[in-house]
Ligand binder design. Structure first.
Ligand code: FAD
Length: 532
């Protein structure tokens, strides 16, 4: 093994003289105010920068005490701590208020160290200080600005939140905090962000990445963003839905980490504002519900005419089918025995019947609302409940409305879907009314996954027998034996038809035993197909 110990050859007297000169020159020209004092803080030496920082030339301060720099604004306790530290032969560092020769006050960041003699006693002190007034002023300005910005953000009349790239909340205001309790302690950003991402689609990452590339500025506001995207939050129970106009702007910010000093790593933040427009939306909704009421009344009239005509056609077609069978029987008989006049008569009756059926079919009013629009199922159900409020109250039905707070929209025939929900709720109310059951509860739940919106409508009525679960969807089938007015047994057939047009599924839950539970699934990404 080789000996790695470094041996430094002793410096010659010439080298020592050069080194001393170098050291003196370094201290004299150091860019920090340096002073050397005796043990009582009387100044013995100052360098060039000392004169620049304090305003005193060496001849003006040598022989005087360092206290000549004191502005008397520094608390006595600070000096006591300073002296206690240096007298204990330790270095003291801190900030003092100094007075410049001109009378101007400045903040000095001071470091004082004792110089010990051969016996270990303090013979001198060496002081170094810098004027840190500008840094301090800047720090205070930044702090004040931060407080100012936070106060302004706090006073903003809309919920405002700053979100980082990991969807974590970095800053929020008072209104946003109120929103947390309004939405049942749920982090509002977690509700809004997925909906906004879905609504903006490919625009989201494009807007988010805008503005990268500028490295100098600390904060870069990005162009773009989005304005007034409406999001509906359903809170369920008796709580009305709330509406928010959401606006967002992205900006990029340098994180100020030492590691990224040269790389200039930046982070993108989203400033999201959520403006509560519920009041305005409620007024619009009230107007819409009134218009809808009139439309539904009209549609109901058309529906009963449609059902009456379909019923009549059904009743005419049944004997016609028998007559067709009778005619076929007569024709198949031996030609000698065939009564051609009778067959002829049967044919005439069949032709007349077919003409009547064709005439009745032509009279069936077309079903309305075939055009597909973007539909929010929560909204449709909520509106339907509002429409039926009087009826529900009159029947003593307690409605337990449990929507998932945010449901994706789907393309569908709004009016037809609303008729389906109205019919299913009316069915449930009727079932509970007629069964004489005291507990009358209607629970409507919505939820969604990536593909489907799910709806469950449960009532506490008598339920539907296992053998009838499929039959109830057949035309003209009714479990009502009292021949109730207006019951043609076409409602569920029509409901199934509408759900099929939306490529969805409707069924009675066989596992539900506390009444009847109708389950509906509607695909989110399927196109509405009007076969009606
Ligand atoms: P004083 O009444 O003189 O002292 C205030 C308190 O300081 C006293 O109550 C006492 O507890 C303590 N004290 C003062 N002198 C001594 C002493 N000799 N021994 C023990 N305790 C003592 N001060 C500044 O304001 N600005 C500077 O830039 C600065 N630089 C200094 C650099 C060096 C190298 C040293 C050694 C001291 C420095 N001081 C500086 C401290 C300065 O010497 C004074 O203590 C301070 O300015 C307070 O002076 P005063 O006249 O306001 O109060």
């Amino acid at each position: 093994m080789t000996d790695r110990t470094m041996t430094v050859p002793p410096a010659s007297p010439e080298q020592q003289a050069v080194l001393r000169d170098l050291f003196e020159e370094t201290v004299a020209q150091a860019p920090v105010a340096i002073s050397i004092t005796d043990s009582q803080a009387n100044i013995l030496y100052v360098n060039q920068n000392f004169a620049e920082v304090t305003g005193y030339a060496p001849e003006e301060c040598i022989g005087r005490n360092e206290s000549m720099l004191s502005d008397q604004r520094t608390p006595k306790a600070v000096y006591q701590a300073l002296w206690q530290t240096i007298q204990a032969r330790q270095t003291w560092q801190g900030t003092l208020v100094n007075r410049h020769k001109s009378g101007r006050r400045y903040l000095a960041h001071v470091s004082i160290s004792p110089i010990l003699d051969a016996q270990g006693h303090t013979s001198h002190y060496i002081g170094m200080h810098r004027d840190v007034t500008d840094v301090y002023t800047l720090e205070q300005q930044v702090k004040n600005q931060k407080v100012l910005i936070e106060s302004v953000v706090d006073l903003m009349p809309m919920a405002t939140v700053l979100i980082d790239e990991q969807d974590k909340v970095v800053l929020d205001n008072q209104m946003y905090k109120t929103l947390i309790s309004d939405l049942g302690q749920q982090e509002p950003s977690q509700l809004f962000l997925p909906v906004l991402r879905e609504a903006l689609g490919e625009e989201w990452p494009r807007l988010q990445s805008k503005g990268h590339g500028f490295q100098e500025a600390l904060v870069i506001p990005l162009r773009g963003g989005f304005r007034n995207r409406e999001v509906r939050i359903d809170r369920g129970g008796y709580l009305a839905p709330r509406w928010y106009a959401c606006s967002g702007s992205w900006f990029s910010h340098s994180d100020g980490q030492v590691d990224n000093f040269f790389q200039g790593a930046r982070h993108t933040y989203l400033l999201l504002t959520l403006n509560d427009i519920t009041q305005q939306k409620r007024q619009e909704e009230a107007q819409r519900i009134n218009a809808m009421r009139a439309l539904l009344a009209e549609e109901e009239k058309c529906q009963s005419v449609r059902e009456a005509l379909l019923g009549a056609i059904h009743h005419i077609e049944a004997p016609l089918n028998l007559l067709t069978a009778a005619k076929n029987l007569a024709v198949r008989r031996d030609p000698e025995q065939q009564n051609s006049a009778f067959v002829e008569l049967l044919q005439q009756i069949l032709d007349a019947g077919a003409a009547s059926v064709a005439h009745l079919k032509a009279c069936i009013p077309p079903s309305c609302g075939a055009s597909a629009t973007s539909v929010n199922i929560n909204q449709l159900i909520h509106e339907t409940i509002v429409l039926l409020t009087e009826r529900l109250l009159a029947s003593g039905v307690v409605v337990d409305w449990r929507p998932t707070p945010v449901l994706p929209s789907l393309m569908g025939a709004e009016q037809r879907l609303r008729s389906v929900f109205k019919h299913l709720i009316e069915n449930a109310v009727e079932a509970m009314n007629h069964s004489g059951i005291r507990r009358r509860e209607l629970r409507i739940v919505t939820w969604s996954d990536n593909e489907l919106v799910h709806i469950a409508i449960e009532d506490s009525g008598p339920g539907i027998a296992d053998n009838l679960r499929v039959k109830v969807f057949e035309p003209f089938f009714s479990t009502r034996t009292d021949g109730g007015h207006g019951h043609t047994g076409m409602g569920l057939t029509m409901a199934q038809d509408v759900i099929n047009q939306h490529q969805g599924l409707i069924r009675i839950d066989p596992t539900y035993r506390d009444g009847c539970r109708v389950l509906i699934q509607l695909p989110i990404h399927q196109e509405f197909n009007d076969r009606g």
